[in-house]
Write a protein that binds this ligand. Structure first.
Ligand code: PLP
Length: 361
């Protein structure tokens, strides 16, 4: 095989090699059709099968109940920030938001432009070092929805326990940890995420929504921005991002072959524990700024004793075959993003490298 290095990029990110190779093999002549999948009509049989397989894989792996719809919508998770507000706000309805960091803030910012919103919890004064406990989230019984971000990709914090919001729809941005742990669809009414972290390449969001919530959507939104229209047309209202959905099918095939959600969850624990163990056993030389109970299994963030050492660490790690370890430009430090397709070896080898680096410095 070619030279694949360990890619810790926050997104787009590493994908299963088997999925990449399958796509390469079938790329020019898709299963004897005489043309590539990305050249044929999205209404033709070969693409139709891919579309349905991708949806069915998601339903099967995540145990999606019958009364939920799985939709593929272009514009990434970012467009969902606006779409949620456009579909569910207006006419005096108020959306309530939990502010846990950079991504929650972007959802809040777009929500505000479209309708009336309220921030019901924030940890901004402490630089977002933890997720709230369920009982800290005080929502109103007449809120249009409660919105939260399940895993703050930049801050490196992750929700472990969601509040029970009863009749108020709970909407969660799971962009950076979808399909790495079970989803409690009794509590959660809408899950969304950009595809390019755990599910495939960039180009769309996956949206899983309770059908009764879809029905509550406003009717005066433009066609592409209406959940009702996407649901009614099974995500084929217009030309879908064919290649992204195809790669998602191949990636989710790999998830099933690897042992499904249970395996993804165990692998995520093994990878993140490998790094947190090094950090916790370094006598404070490596330091994770995040509160322990909120540590993300997907995006591990840490600091070194100085910014110079951080620069040196990132450069030497890259030379040793570990790329993408620079923290987000807004917070600095180091970050290892380890989504589903990151091999366990990537984490254990990086852990060894961290121990060596500390010894030498
Ligand atoms: C990456 C990310 C987004 C943005 O996703 P796009 O598909 O690039 O729009 C939103 N929320 C979270 C939590 C993310 O990690």
């Amino acid at each position: 095989m070619t030279n694949r290095i360990f890619n810790f990029s926050a997104g787009p990110c590493t994908l299963p090699v088997s999925a990449l190779e399958k796509a390469q093999k079938d790329f020019v002549d898709y299963q004897g059709a005489g043309m590539s999948l990305i050249e044929m009509s999205h209404r033709d049989k070969p693409y139709d099968a891919v579309h349905r397989d991708a949806i069915n894989n998601v339903k099967e792996i995540l145990n999606v109940p019958e009364d939920f719809e799985v939709m593929f919508i272009q514009g990434g998770a970012t467009l969902q920030f606006a779409m949620i507000a456009m579909n569910f706000l207006g006419n005096g309805k108020v959306g309530e938001y939990v502010n846990t960091g950079a991504w929650a803030k972007k959802a809040i910012s777009d929500g505000k432009k479209v309708g009336e919103i309220r921030v019901i919890w924030t940890d901004e004064e402490n630089n977002f070092m933890r997720m709230p406990k369920p009982e800290e989230i005080k929502f109103s019984s007449d809120a249009a929805f409660v919105h939260m971000c399940g895993n703050e990709t930049i801050g490196g914090i992750e929700f472990n326990d969601y509040p029970d919001t009863g009749d108020v729809p709970l909407i969660v941005d799971m962009s950076s940890h979808i399909m790495s742990r079970p989803i409690d669809f009794n509590k959660i009414d809408m899950v969304y995420g950009g595809a390019q972290k755990n599910l495939g390449p960039a180009g769309m969001a996956i949206v899983i929504m309770r059908k009764s919530l879809i029905e509550k959507g406003n009717d005066n939104v433009p066609a592409y921005l209406s959940y009702k229209i996407h649901a009614k047309n099974e995500s084929l209202y217009n030309t879908p991002p064919v290649f992204t959905i195809y790669m998602m099918k191949l990636t989710t095939d790999w998830v099933k072959e690897t042992g499904g959600l249970k395996a993804m969850q165990e692998l995520a624990m093994a990878r993140s524990n490998a790094l947190y163990d090094v950090i916790d056993n370094s006598d404070g030389w490596y330091r994770c700024p995040v509160e322990k109970e909120s540590r993300s299994r997907m995006n591990v963030v840490w600091r070194l004793p100085s910014e110079d050492l951080e620069k040196k660490f990132i450069a030497e790690a890259l030379a040793a075959g570990f790329s993408g370890l620079k923290g987000h430009r807004s917070v600095g430090g180091c970050r290892a993003s380890m989504y589903n397709a990151m091999p366990t070896q990537g984490a254990t080898k990086l852990a060894e490298f961290m121990i060596e680096f500390k010894k030498n410095n």
